[in-house]
Design a protein around this ligand. Structure first.
Ligand code: KG4
Ligand code: ZN
Length: 372
């Protein structure tokens, strides 16, 4: 069947067209993402009403572009199902996509399904590359799967026993890990979003510290920087990242009070150590949760799954523990509508989703373990 996916939960206006035979035979015919990042950057984060206005301005053009890319001239004849993000996300932003999707469903008399944005991140692991190859893994054959979902708004460990069968194992008690990256980046004046900037600086530090011994903490004890691994040893599978962010803030204050200028080198090192701490906790807890819950596979997803240290460390740790591992293609780590199309398909095929357009409602706080 041909599915039209629509995503407006945060700062990307996205529409995709997928052909889906079953979960393991998916082809992405169009995947258009119009990002508002530049608009929100000057405010240091996403402004909900501004996001909604931009979605409303852009969504018609994004649809046109997606239909053109997929070579579809008539939605009425060529589309079988419309899927739209119903939550979680920013209320005003979600409403634009939902209203637009309802209007399309009504106009063309199509079934409409409300998709869960977090489940959609999980399903991004089922999206193939441009040659149509499913590179993440044949995940359906490896249930139970333990998902580590890491984004700007969520950090969750979710056990998946089958399609649409999700159980929350652990989550953050305060900031999401992406939020912590964004806040640390703001402390260091690195702009929004913070994840990519921190990751780049951390990589730079790693390569330069080796070449310039004077930068190494041992070479210069004044700059010795080490951050805590919050909740690493706690028995449950919850996380906490706000203390880690505060530890970075205190370190910056200490350095300044000691008369040390926060140079680019020091910023790089702070990024490296912060990223190391965050990734250590995520990897350690994910592996432990997978073992305790008898998972066969670990799947990573969400915006922070673009982080290269997290990708390599989690994949190594899974292999060391004899677990299968998968991660989305980089194209699908951030918010996109291809994952929404697939999540909508799964919700109506394996869940209890209603496909009458009148029954699709926004739920800004939608919770992965109970939705649909
Ligand atoms: O899933 P997403 O695109 O939007 C939400 O649903 O929240 O995630 C966005 C988050 C932001 O916090 C951003 O800083 C983070 O993902 N992010 C990264 C990287 N790329 C994006 N965090 C760490 N390393 C990255 N390379
Ligand atoms: Zn997201």
């Amino acid at each position: 069947m041909t599915v039209l996916g629509i995503e407006t939960s945060c700062d990307e206006t996205a529409i995709a067209v997928l052909d889906i035979k079953d979960m393991e035979h998916v082809s992405v015919r169009a995947n258009v993402v119009s990002s508002q990042i530049a608009l929100h950057a000057k405010f240091g984060g996403v402004v909900p009403n501004l996001a909604a206005r931009e979605h409303a301005n852009n969504i018609g053009h994004v649809l046109e572009a997606a239909l053109k890319e997929a070579k579809i001239s008539d939605i009425g004849k060529k589309v079988d199902l419309i899927a739209v993000t119903r939550g979680p996300g920013l209320g005003p932003a979600l409403l634009v996509g939902i209203a637009f999707a309802k209007a399309l469903a009504w106009k063309y008399d199509k079934p409409l399904v409300g998709a869960d944005h977090m489940r959609a991140h999980v399903y991004s692991n089922w999206l193939p590359d441009s040659a149509g190859k499913l590179i993440s893994l044949q995940a359906s054959k490896r249930f139970p799967i333990l998902n580590l979902i890491v984004s700007g708004g969520h950090t969750e460990l979710v056990l998946m026993d089958g399609y649409e069968n999700f159980k929350l194992i652990g989550e953050t008690m305060d900031d999401a890990v992406g939020e912590a990256f964004d806040k640390v980046a703001r402390l260091l004046g690195l702009g929004y979003p913070g994840g990519p900037a921190i990751s780049r600086r951390a990589e730079k530090w790693k390569s330069e510290a080796r070449l310039r011994p004077e930068l190494r903490p041992r070479g210069n004890p004044k700059f010795k920087i080490k951050f805590p691994r919050p909740m690493e040893k706690s028995k449950n599978y919850n996380f906490s990242f706000s203390g880690l962010k505060t530890a970075v803030l205190y370190k910056i204050q200490d350095l300044k009070e000691a008369g040390i200028e926060i140079t680019d080198d020091i910023k790089d090192q702070l990024c490296f150590e912060f990223q190391r701490s965050a990734v250590d906790v995520l990897v350690q807890k994910t592996i432990r949760a997978a073992q305790e819950h008898g998972a066969k596979t670990i799947l990573l997803s969400g915006g922070v799954s673009a982080n290269s240290l997290l990708r390599t460390e989690l994949s190594k740790a899974a292999a060391d523990s004899g677990l299968a591992y998968g991660q989305p293609l980089l194209t699908y780590t951030g918010d996109n509508a291809a994952m929404i199309g697939l999540a909508g398909y799964a919700a109506q095929k394996y869940g209890k989703a209603d496909t009458d357009w009148q029954s699709v409602d926004m739920d800004a706080n939608l919770f992965i373990a109970t939705s649909n």
